[in-house]
Design a protein around this ligand. Structure first.
Ligand code: FES
Length: 363
C-alpha cells in the first residue's frame, strides 16, 4: 500500500481561506479550517428574505388547514365508504382522508421549519474548540449569550408572521389525536354503576333465573350448603330475560351474574346481609371485586367463597367481607324477596357497583 504525500494532494488552497491551521507537508493532518462563508440570497436581498418568510408561513398555514381537514373528515366521512384512488385501488375513504390530511399537517410543519432554517436563520459556521466537560462561569455566560444571539438570529421574535403561524400549526396538530379518542366508543355514562337488575322495582320485580336450568327459582329449590348461579329473568328491556343468544350477553352477564347460597339464619353474622336476603337465601355478585374474575369455589363448612384468580376469599356469612387476598371490597349483595307465586325476585339494583373497584366506589 502506498501513501502519496505530494504537496498537490494537501488541502492548502482551502486552508488559506478558512480558520484552522495551515496543512503543510510536515503536518498533513492539520485542521484545514472552514471554507469562506458564502452569503445566501436571502442574506443580501430583503425581497428574497420576505419571499422566503411568506413561503414558510404558507406551509404552516397549510398545516393548520390540513388539521382542520382531518377533523372535518373524521366528522363527515362514513367509515364504510370505499373509493377508488389510483394507484391504490379501492380504499377506505375515511382512512385515506385521515392519512392524507394528517400527513400533510405534519409534513408542512417539518418542511416549514427546514425551509426557515435553510433560508432565514443564520448559517454562519462557527468552530467549537474542545474544552473541559465542566463549564466555568465564563463559559456558561457565553452559552447564554450564544443562545440569545441564536434566538435573535433565528428571527423568532422579529418575524412575527412565521412565529405566529408556526405556533398555530403546532397548537392545532395535537387536536387530530384528541379527535381520534372518539374511536374508543360512546361514553359509558351510568353503565359502569348499574347492572341489568336496575330495572327491578317493587311493582315490577325481576325473577332470578337458574343459569343451569334456565328456570325461575323458589327458596326451597336452594339447599343449605349449595352454591347456585342465577341471571336476570324477563324485564321491560328484555322480555325474554337475559339469553345467551343476546348480542350483548357477555357484557351483561359479566355484571349481572349472581351467586346464591342458603345459610341457617343463625349462621348469618351480618344483620344487613340477613335483611337483604330471604329466609337465609343470600344473593351476592359472582364477580370478584379485585379484577373481575367469576367466583365459583365455595366451601360450605366455613361459608367462604374463593376467587380462583388471585385467591381473594370472601366470608358469605358476614356480608361477603374480604378475609384474604387482594380484593379491596366485599362482594355486593342484591336485595331479594319472593313474588306472588313464591319465586325469588329482585326489587332493586345492587346498592354499589359490582366487579373491580373503579376510581372511588360510591358506597
Ligand atoms: S380477580 Fe379475584 S382475586 Fe383477583
Amino acid at each position: 500500500m502506498s501513501h502519496d504525500m505530494s504537496d498537490d494532494k494537501l488541502p492548502e488552497a482551502h486552508a488559506s481561506e478558512g480558520h484552522g491551521d495551515l496543512a503543510v507537508a510536515e503536518n498533513p493532518f492539520a485542521d484545514p479550517g472552514l471554507p469562506a462563508h458564502q452569503p445566501r440570497r436571502t442574506d443580501i436581498d430583503e425581497r428574497a428574505a420576505k419571499r422566503a418568510e411568506r413561503q414558510v408561513s404558507l406551509m404552516f398555514v397549510i398545516s393548520m388547514l390540513a388539521t382542520v381537514g382531518f377533523i372535518a373528515s373524521y366528522a363527515s366521512i362514513d367509515a364504510d365508504r370505499i373509493v377508488y384512488i389510483f394507484p391504490l385501488g379501492h380504499v377506505s375513504a375515511l382512512n385515506f382522508a385521515l392519512g392524507m390530511t394528517l400527513g400533510v399537517a405534519l409534513f408542512c410543519i417539518g418542511a416549514g421549519a427546514v425551509h426557515w432554517a435553510r433560508t432565514l436563520m443564520s448559517d454562519v459556521e462557527m468552530p467549537a474548540e474542545r474544552h473541559p466537560i465542566e463549564a466555568d462561569d465564563e463559559v456558561r455566560a457565553d452559552v447564554i449569550e450564544q443562545f440569545k444571539t441564536g434566538a435573535a438570529e433565528s428571527g423568532f421574535g422579529r418575524r412575527k408572521m412565521i412565529r405566529n403561524t408556526m405556533i398555530g400549526s403546532m397548537a392545532l396538530v395535537p387536536l387530530a389525536g384528541v379527535v381520534l379518542l372518539r374511536d374508543l366508543g360512546p361514553l359509558p355514562e351510568k353503565k359502569l354503576i348499574h347492572t341489568g337488575w336496575v330495572e327491578a322495582t317493587a311493582n315490577q320485580p325481576i325473577r332470578l333465573i337458574n343459569m343451569n336450568t334456565d328456570e325461575p327459582m323458589k327458596a326451597e329449590d336452594i339447599s343449605v350448603g349449595s352454591l347456585t348461579f342465577a341471571k336476570p329473568g324477563p324485564s321491560a328491556q328484555r322480555p325474554e330475560g337475559l339469553q345467551e343468544s343476546d348480542e350483548d350477553f357477555q357484557q351483561a352477564i359479566a355484571k349481572d351474574a349472581l351467586m346464591l347460597i342458603r345459610l341457617q339464619p343463625e349462621d348469618i353474622k351480618d344483620d344487613k346481609s340477613r335483611q337483604l336476603g330471604f329466609e337465609g337465601v343470600l344473593a351476592y355478585s359472582k364477580i370478584c371485586t379485585h379484577v373481575g374474575c367469576p367466583i365459583s369455589l365455595y366451601e360450605q363448612q366455613t361459608h367462604h367463597a374463593l376467587c380462583p384468580c388471585h385467591q381473594s376469599t370472601f366470608d358469605l356469612s358476614d356480608g361477603a367481607r374480604v378475609i384474604f387476598g387482594p380484593a379491596g371490597h366485599p362482594l355486593p349483595q342484591l336485595k331479594i324477596t319472593t313474588d306472588a307465586d313464591g319465586f325469588l325476585v329482585a326489587t332493586e339494583d345492587f346498592a354499589e357497583p359490582v366487579g373491580p373497584s373503579f376510581w372511588e366506589r360510591r358506597a
